[in-house]
Unconditional design. Structure first.
Length: 322
């Protein structure tokens, strides 16, 4: 089969190499999955760079989120078991981690329903306890993680303010349903959020960016607000002033979705049931901005790493309709 492999760490466009390799052999408790679509996530770039929290043995195949078909013909979504990732024609996955692909979604959309939407659901509902009528501020609202949070926020009855970088991404954020869209390159984010909320600020902030975005969030979070720390796509990890959290009475809430796989795996299945129901009702639908052939995966991962994409980019092996 064909698979992309990383033999040394570096930028995805430089270190990913397409190769003919043997099909992976599932270990005990694993299954072989024919990849129908693999969604590109920012962690794929971090894996290539050697900057992710796990570092698979070299060489490895990136691709942490797929929709595929197993031996009995069922369509599933799952996280492949690295080093046999999803940017290949076949991958292996833990049998216990398989989830049914929603009938309402195509392969590329189903592949994108997993990590980003589970992260959004756990963050907004389990960690921040978002309530109907509250104001949700989403950074990088047109990106893969942010777009999921926007849709989930709207589905929960929140008023959603999206922050993006540039006019093209602003248009995408509006199409996703944001009630107000702010351009971090042109707008006064703090002032605009306060004005839009009558001086109160945002009840919940969804921050996958870090750096300047976090600093802005702390200045415009509401009384008893919750700042969700989801990631650091900017590359800058903030160092919060805890005295500021004390005097303004807000919470800084961390979210590492992967921990639920080991600490509370049943919650993953329950969350998937909720997401499937929302997808069936049309309340959420992953935004697939681009579908690329397997041979173009490295360039696509690099674009995601560079932050120039919107929504999700899906890798679709040749001959598979997604």
């Amino acid at each position: 089969m064909q698979a992309w492999q990383v033999h040394e760490n570096g930028e995805p466009g430089e270190v990913m190499r397409l190769a003919d390799v043997d099909r992976p052999v599932p270990a005990e408790g694993q299954v072989l999955v024919k990849v129908r679509a693999a969604n590109i996530n920012f962690p794929d770039a971090l894996l290539c760079r050697g900057q992710y929290q796990i570092r698979p043995t070299l060489p490895f195949t990136p691709g942490v989120e797929i929709c595929g078909e197993i031996e009995d013909g069922r369509r599933v979504i799952t996280n492949p078991a690295l080093p046999y990732g999803g940017f290949a024609e076949y991958a292996v996955a833990d049998a216990a981690a398989l989830l049914p692909a929603p009938d309402a979604l195509g392969d590329a959309e189903a592949a994108a329903l997993h990590i980003g939407y589970q992260t959004g659901w756990f963050g907004l509902h389990r960690r921040a306890h978002l309530q109907e009528g509250e104001t949700l501020l989403v950074h990088a609202a047109a990106g893969g993680v942010g777009s999921a949070a926007v849709q989930l926020g709207k589905a929960a009855g929140a008023r959603v303010i999206g922050v993006v970088g540039g006019a093209d991404k602003a248009a995408v954020a509006r199409e996703l349903g944001c009630d107000l869209v702010l351009d971090r390159r042109a707008d006064d984010i703090v002032g605009a959020v306060k004005e839009a909320t009558g001086g109160r600020g945002a009840d919940v902030v969804y921050d996958p960016v870090g750096g300047t975005a976090y600093a802005q969030s702390a200045k415009c979070v509401a009384f008893e607000g919750r700042i969700l720390v989801v990631g650091f796509a900017s590359g800058a990890i903030p160092t919060p002033a805890l005295n500021h959290a004390l005097v303004k009475n807000y919470s800084i809430v961390g979210l590492h979705w992967g921990l639920y796989n080991t600490k509370d795996p049943r919650s993953i299945a329950r969350c998937h049931e909720e997401l499937t129901e929302l997808a069936t009702k049309g309340a959420i639908k992953p935004l697939i901005s681009e579908r690329v052939a397997l041979g173009d995966a490295a360039a696509a991962v690099q674009r995601v790493a560079d932050g120039v994409t919107t929504g999700r980019v899906a890798v679709v092996p040749e001959g598979v309709a997604a």
